[in-house]
Design a protein around this ligand. Structure first.
Ligand code: CP
Length: 317
């Protein structure tokens, strides 16, 4: 199994991943014997992280998740500069070469939308491809930890009012979360951004087909008032067209926004934040973004454990 898109998830396998994520947190926070048992669970398996774009959370949490499960790991952390991509090697050639290193999973982050799918198309069956973010496309494991965080707090993923704000045109985490919310009935999504940074039509079409109600707005205060979940994202300036800019002063979660938010709402952010949530918000009990990032470790442990168990049950060496 590869994890290329949020489309690889279903309410059924998400239910399994959520239970497993909770179990991974419990065991990792348990006794030394429990941690040692975890660390011997997948001895002999190997994972490689191939990152053509910067990352703090995704790369480190996959690496730690592997280590905590006994999976051997290695990585290229700046593959755009320090791999043979800099000499012009095609992604497909790199992946076919990794096929012959006989690893069990390859975690890839790449600036081009569709790169993970291209990798999966040439990957050997024994090597699971995990999309760790492909350009403006998707970030499915982020959606996994985001949805787990919502589920952990509310005990459900249906009948929620979710406001997703910021740079929605370029933000792959917003796209993946919207897709995942459409798997559950009764959700109501508000996309809030300036007109030129709106979510793309493909996501709006998918929500319509799924029967998920949504609207678009450029008014932050109006959009957060009724929300159960306020999911904020940064401006992805590294993806701007030359000469492009956006006035983002109005797209900041600060005390004024907190004042109009529902007391039972939660505030999420995939991180990194670069000013779009002021640091005083961190003290508000509704701010869950650091817990959310921590959940990324356990969600990725759950995912790697599932993929390795699946390989063993299929007798795939
Ligand atoms: N949320 C996220 O993908 O963070 P990194 O870019 O640090 O991995």
């Amino acid at each position: 199994m590869n994890i290329i898109s949020t489309k690889d998830f279903s309410p059924e396998n998400l239910g399994y991943f959520f239970d497993k994520t909770t179990e991974m947190r419990r065991l990792d926070n348990g006794t030394l014997d429990e941690r040692r048992e975890l660390a011997s669970r997948h001895l002999g398996r190997q994972m490689y992280s191939l990152f053509y774009e910067p990352s703090t959370r995704t790369r480190s949490s996959f690496g730690l998740a592997a280590a905590k499960l006994g999976i051997g790991k290695d990585q290229t952390e700046n593959a755009r500069e320090f791999s043979s991509a800099a000499k012009g090697e095609a992604l497909e050639d790199t992946i076919q070469m990794f096929n012959n290193y006989h690893i069990d999973a390859l975690v890839i982050r790449h600036p081009e939308t569709g790169a993970a799918a291209r990798a999966a198309a040439v990957a050997a069956d024994h090597m699971a491809i995990i999309n760790a973010g492909d350009g403006k496309g998707e970030h499915p494991t982020q959606a996994l930890l985001d949805s787990y965080t919502i589920y952990e707090h509310f005990g459900r993923l249906n009948d929620l009012s979710v406001t997703i704000g910021g740079d929605l045109r370029q933000g792959r985490t917003a796209r993946s979360l919207a897709r995942l919310l459409a798997l559950y009935p009764g959700n109501d999504v508000t996309f809030v951004s300036t007109p030129s940074f709106r979510i793309a039509d493909d996501i709006k079409q998918e929500l319509t087909q799924a029967g998920t109600s949504f609207r678009e707005s450029d008014n932050v205060h109006d959009s957060v008032r009724q929300a159960d979940v306020v999911y904020w994202t940064r401006l992805q300036k590294e993806r701007f067209d030359p000469g492009e800019s956006m006035q983002d002063e109005e797209f900041v979660i600060d005390q004024n926004v907190l004042d109009v938010m529902n007391q039972k709402a939660i505030i999420m952010h995939p991180l990194p934040r670069v000013g779009e949530i002021t640091t005083d918000v961190d003290r508000d009990p509704r701010a869950l973004y650091f817990r959310q990032a921590g959940n990324g470790l356990y969600a990725r442990m759950a995912l790697l454990d599932y993929l390795m168990v699946q390989k063993s049950s299929l007798h795939t060496s």
